[in-house]
Every structure is written in structure tokens, then in C-alpha cells.
Design a protein around this ligand. Structure first.
Ligand SMILES: [Zn+2]
Ligand SMILES: [Zn+2]
Length: 299
């Protein structure tokens, strides 16, 4: 393809003004309504003005990879995982689909990662790390070991299901309140379900931080820690940007509200995670409770 085919000329006629804001100069000619759009209204990634996007968001971009009938099962699955790394690209396409495929995708991805995330922090009979060392604590039997790992995986599932549910309930209700698209409830549920696998990867109880603690050497180089800490926030950022883009370009919230409807659910999710961790503290291995230490020192 030539350059001209990939980037069509959208220069508006000289002196044209925005369709929605007659006081602002047009910066691009919308191919849908053939009218000019100002800098605020022109949405370059979707190649149309905001007014046209709001009329029919799903028409702006191709459907999400998991629902693309042209792909085979593996292509749909891997395409959907890869799509998470381009969190704004397909935001309008979350409109107009069913909740069922999104729920299927969530079940195929999130529970497994949530269970894996539980193994390192919640296993009592094994000590993980540093530098990928695994040492038994005491002399557990094989049955005890299997039971303990299964229990740790179950706790991981519990923590991350609660976190994802807190995020979902809060996000969907705020989108219902502040979105304008008539299908905003189902598109918000779809948006959370398709990215729910990012929840067990992120956060203080997440899989990435557990694996990081396990893999690093005893006395880690501070530069490595800082660099890896930046990597740790990537899933959180991808999830945040995705939910914000869906709020703005699919559900039709204002710019300001598109941030509010995501910040509040994130705070709510972190609070739920924190409360649950306090509740689960007695079940955590290697808990050094000051009261116990004082008693043992006195004895
Ligand atoms: Zn337009
Ligand atoms: Zn405008």
C-alpha cells in the first residue's frame, strides 16, 4: 500500500469551523459527516469526529479479536490477549456485543492467573526464593504439600475474584450513571471481563510482584529493583487506560467523567484488596506478630 492509501488527506477547506463548536477552527474533515472537526472533536485513531463516533461507536473499528469470525480459536484467543497492549485502539468496539463471549474469555484466563498468584504468598510448607529457590519448611508429606498448595491457590483465587468484582461493580454502576450510550451497562461489563486477567497480575498481591520477590537475588541491585518496579505497574496502567478509553469512546462519558469513573473503581478495588489481606493475615505464612515474639522472648 502507498502512503496516500494508508493516510488519506483530511485537511478541511480553508476557513471552515467545527461542526459542534462554531467558534473553533476545523483541523480535519470528517469522512462520515463530511464536516470539519476542531482539535477537541477530531478523533484521529478512529478517523471520524466525536459526534459521528457517538452515533455509532461500533462502526468506527473492527470487532474485538475474540469475536472475529475470520480467525481460528487460537488466533481469537491470542489476538485478544495481545489487544490488551493497545488499550485505546478498539475501545469503541466494546459496544454492541454479547456478555457471554467476554465471560468465556474471562473464565479461560483470570482464574488460572489468580490461582498461580496465590501459590507464592500463601503456601506454608514451601519457602520461595531468592533466585528461584524452593525449600520445604519442616518435613511436609506429599499429601500435606499438595493440600497446602491447593489451599494457597484457592486463597489467590478468592483475593483476586473479590478485587475484580469490586472493580467491576463500581465501574459498571458509574458508567450507568455517567455514560450516554444506551448499551452502556453491557459494554462496561464486557470491557471489564475481557481485561479481568490483568487484575491477578497487578497489585500488591499480584503474580508479578510475587515472582519478582522469588526471582531476585538476596541483596538486589537497586537499579534492577527500580526497573522491575516500573514493569510491575504495566498491567495496572494497561487496565486503567483501557477502562478510561471505553468510558470515553464507547460509553460516551465526558472527558472529566471518563477519568472519575475509572479512578473511583481502582481506589475501591485497592481498598477491598487491603481489607481482605488484613482479614487473611492469620492465614499467611511467616507472619511475625510482635505479641508472639514478645511472649517467646520472655519464655
Ligand atoms: Zn463526523
Ligand atoms: Zn469541536
Amino acid at each position: 500500500m502507498t502512503e496516500e492509501e494508508t493516510t488519506p488527506d483530511r485537511t478541511p477547506p480553508a476557513g471552515s469551523v467545527c461542526r459542534a463548536h462554531p467558534d473553533r477552527p476545523g483541523v480535519a474533515l470528517c469522512p462520515e459527516c463530511e464536516r470539519a472537526a476542531c482539535l477537541l472533536c477530531w478523533l484521529d485513531p478512529y478517523d471520524r469526529c466525536e459526534t459521528c463516533l457517538r452515533v455509532d461507536p461500533a462502526a468506527a473499528v473492527a470487532t474485538v479479536p475474540f469475536e472475529d469470525a475470520e480467525r481460528n480459536a487460537l488466533g481469537r484467543f491470542t489476538g485478544m490477549l495481545g489487544d490488551a497492549f493497545f488499550p485505546t485502539r478498539r475501545a469503541p468496539s466494546f459496544v454492541g456485543g454479547a456478555v457471554r463471549p467476554a465471560a468465556t474469555f474471562a473464565l479461560l484466563t483470570a482464574p488460572l492467573l489468580a490461582m498461580l498468584a496465590g501459590v507464592i504468598p500463601f503456601t506454608h510448607t514451601l519457602r520461595f526464593g531468592p533466585t528461584f529457590a524452593v525449600t520445604p519448611i519442616g518435613a511436609p508429606t506429599q499429601d500435606a504439600l499438595i493440600f497446602d498448595i491447593a489451599r494457597a491457590a484457592g486463597l489467590g483465587l478468592l483475593v483476586h475474584v473479590v478485587a475484580a468484582a469490586a472493580l467491576a461493580v463500581c465501574y459498571v454502576s458509574l458508567i450507568r450513571a455517567y455514560g450516554t450510550h444506551e448499551e452502556r451497562s453491557s459494554l462496561a461489563i464486557r470491557a471489564v471481563l475481557y481485561r479481568s486477567w490483568l487484575v491477578p497480575l497487578s497489585g500488591s498481591a499480584g503474580l508479578l510482584i510475587a515472582v519478582l520477590g522469588w526471582s531476585l537475588p538476596e541483596d538486589p541491585n537497586q537499579t534492577v529493583v527500580i526497573l522491575l518496579s516500573i514493569v510491575l505497574v504495566v498491567p495496572t496502567i494497561l487496565l486503567f487506560v483501557h477502562l478510561r478509553a471505553v468510558a470515553r469512546f464507547a460509553a460516551g462519558t465526558s472527558i472529566v467523567m471518563s477519568f472519575v469513573v475509572v479512578v473511583v473503581p481502582f481506589v475501591f478495588m485497592m481498598a477491598a484488596e487491603g481489607l481482605l489481606q488484613v482479614g487473611l493475615a492469620p492465614l499467611m505464612p511467616d507472619v511475625e506478630r510482635p505479641a508472639d515474639l514478645l511472649v517467646s522472648e520472655d519464655g
